[in-house]
Ligand binder design. Structure first.
Ligand code: GLA
Length: 588
């Protein structure tokens, strides 16, 4: 049993310092978990922490999927000699689409999400009913169990102050059989710690620097709780069009040393970051100051496909300079406090051998296909993605300007997030959310076509729960009606009709990669601008020449000996003719 007081934790009566690192099971392939977790253990950590993304497990109302992946990951942690911490949300932030909340749900409940609204709570309860058995049977004390603690919500004090909501979640975890300690995690600000904590539930803090200050803030609120940094941000995430973030290994190691010296338990965020495969990346929104109503300077900032995070284990799972620096800090701590740096078993940890890497080469694209849109929906207004049952992907919206209209300006309203506009079949503009468009005009009878793409739902701040698509198109002041909307999901992609045909914009293109043996590789589309890449029907994610990321990591489990299909959808003006494979990443 895990117990605690102001001095620290005890496991089955003996003192324990929790030395944890975050690894998200949904950001690497299951075949890679053993190596990732063995490396975590080899760094000297004794625990691994993961979030659970609700929207991955309930992609449509009541349709639950892939729940056993959580259990399988926790079982692998046990094999690798690691205790575990589970953070099941329902909201997780994590630079993950919509902070883990299902888009179909937030479209319905809107601003009632993350409150004690009965409709929102009913959906959470239904999810917890099916998810939590994965955790309950793997709690510490049960055979093969490793789960030491379970989190309630995520940084709730940075969002709201509905104490009934947090109390309902804590009660729901208990009623479904969670017996290990519950905890909350919040920024070390007084109002966040005040609203984000729950009476009788352990409180922890999240920070990247100034451990002494953050632990002092925690102590002011919770003199009876041990110091625990639930997210020690040793790196940071990237967004498309922004800089690549790195943090000096020495500086990061110094903060870790100070956390341990202050008596703290710690969870490295991240130990291994991984990849935002498919359309799972979230987005940020630089909101205006809290007392301002001016939203014009609040750009939308979609998160990159890579979630390398400049973590001690890079996206491929290889140890970096930060790994060595952290391992030294932990080894020094363990030498000084052998009674605190305890482990689940006594095996000497070993760094796994790296997976093989493919040589540089080129794959020519030689087949093309029209986009396999789903059946058209007719509506007086352009239906939102969520109204079409689409979480992500593309929608082709078409209508015609009423006859006898003169040439007048067109305005696209509420675009989420990017669109190419065609007038009478010819490209007229590329539109982006939050970016002032070039003026476009159209006259009576003009065929309007907008191919709208979602780039990820905001995962932090007031815009969580946003919807995708567009809210309207106006011709001068007059709304256009009579819309036809055709959805195109991307993961999985409906089967297209391939032909050797001729390249043209906005087509799917594919080629074959012949391999003797699989290996890790990094893909680029040298002639591409912005689009999506699939490997054997698995959607790797978005690419974008804005960077900072220039290569897409393709993990070896997605490849096989013999022929492999590489498919791309380029949304820029040129159709690429080739895909390049590189032996190392370029994250900018
Ligand atoms: C917060 C959240 C995490 C993550 C980090 C930034 O601490 O709790 O989920 O979003 O910020 O990476």
């Amino acid at each position: 049993m895990l117990t605690y007081d102001s001095n620290g934790f005890r496991l089955d009566g003996r003192p324990l310092r929790i030395l944890s690192g975050a690894v998200h099971y949904f950001r690497s392939r299951p075949e890679q978990w053993p190596d990732r977790l063995a490396a975590v253990r080899a760094m000297g950590l004794n625990t691994v922490e993961t979030y659970v993304p609700w929207n991955l497990h309930e992609p449509a109302p009541g349709r639950f999927t892939r729940l056993d992946e959580l259990g399988a990951f926790l079982d692998e942690a046990h094999r690798q000699g690691l205790w575990t911490i589970v953070r099941p949300g329902p909201y997780i932030c994590a630079e993950w689409d919509n902070g883990g909340l299902p888009g179909w749900l937030t479209a319905r409940v809107g601003r009632r999400a993350r409150t004690s609204d009965p409709g929102f709570l009913a959906a959470v309860d239904a999810f917890f009913d099916v998810l939590l058995p994965q955790v309950v049977e793997r709690q510490w004390g049960r055979p093969g169990g490793t789960v030491l603690m379970v989190q309630v919500e995520n940084e709730y004090g940075a969002h709201g102050s509905d104490a009934d909501y947090l109390a309902h979640l804590a009660r729901g975890l208990r009623e479904r059989g969670i017996t290990v300690p519950l905890f909350t995690s919040d920024g070390p600000e007084d109002h966040m710690l005040a609203a984000g904590t729950v009476p009788g539930v352990l409180a922890t803090v999240n920070f990247g620097s100034d451990p002494e200050g953050a632990f002092a803030a925690l102590r002011r609120h919770r003199p009876e709780d041990p110091p625990f940094c639930m997210e020690y941000w040793n790196g940071w995430f990237d967004r498309w069009g922004g800089p690549h973030h790195t943090r000096d290994a020495g500086d990061a190691a110094d903060a870790l040393r100070r956390i341990l010296a202050a008596g703290g338990s710690v969870n490295l965020y991240m130990a291994h970051g991984g990849t935002n495969f498919g359309t799972t990346a979230g987005a940020n929104h630089a909101d205006p100051p809290f007392n301002s109503t001016d939203w014009t300077h609040s750009p939308y900032q979609p998160i990159t496909t890579s979630y390398d995070y400049d973590a001690p284990l890079d996206e491929r799972g290889l140890p970096t300079a930060k790994f060595d620096a952290f391992r030294q800090v932990i080894a020094d701590f363990a030498a000084e406090h052998p009674e605190l740096a305890r482990y689940l078993d006594h095996r000497e940890p070993e760094l796994p051998a790296p997976a093989p890497v493919l040589d540089a080469r080129e794959v020519l694209l030689d087949e093309y296909a029209e986009l396999p849109f789903g059946p058209a929906v007719h509506s007086p207004v352009p239906p939102l993605f969520e109204e079409l049952g689409l979480e992500h992907g593309l929608v082709r919206y078409t209508t015609t300007v009423p006859d006898r209209s003169p040439d007048l300006p067109l305005t696209v309203e509420g675009l989420h997030d990017r669109a190419t506009l065609h007038l009478d079949g010819k490209p007229a503009a590329t539109l982006e959310r939050g970016v002032a468009p070039e003026p476009v005009t159209a006259g009576g009878g003009t065929r309007i076509r907008l191919l709208v793409e979602s780039l990820g739902r905001v995962n932090y701040g007031p815009q969580v729960g946003e919807t995708k698509g567009l809210t309207g198109v106006r011709h001068e002041r007059q709304y256009l009606h009579g819309w036809q909307a055709e959805p195109l999901p991307l993961a999985p992609l409906p089967t297209p009709a391939w032909t050797p045909g001729t390249p043209a914009p906005e087509l799917l293109a594919r080629g074959t990669l012949h391999l003797d043996a699989p290996g890790d590789t990094f893909l680029t589309v040298p002639e591409g601008e912005h689009g999506y890449l699939w490997v054997n029907d698995f959607l790797l994610g978005r690419y974008d020449t804005r960077g900072p990321q220039h290569t897409l990591y393709c993990p070896w489990p997605l490849l096989r000996p013999g022929p492999n299909t590489l498919t791309l959808l380029e949304l820029g003006p040129t159709t690429p003719s080739r895909i390049h494979l590189h032996p190392s990443p370029d994250l900018g």
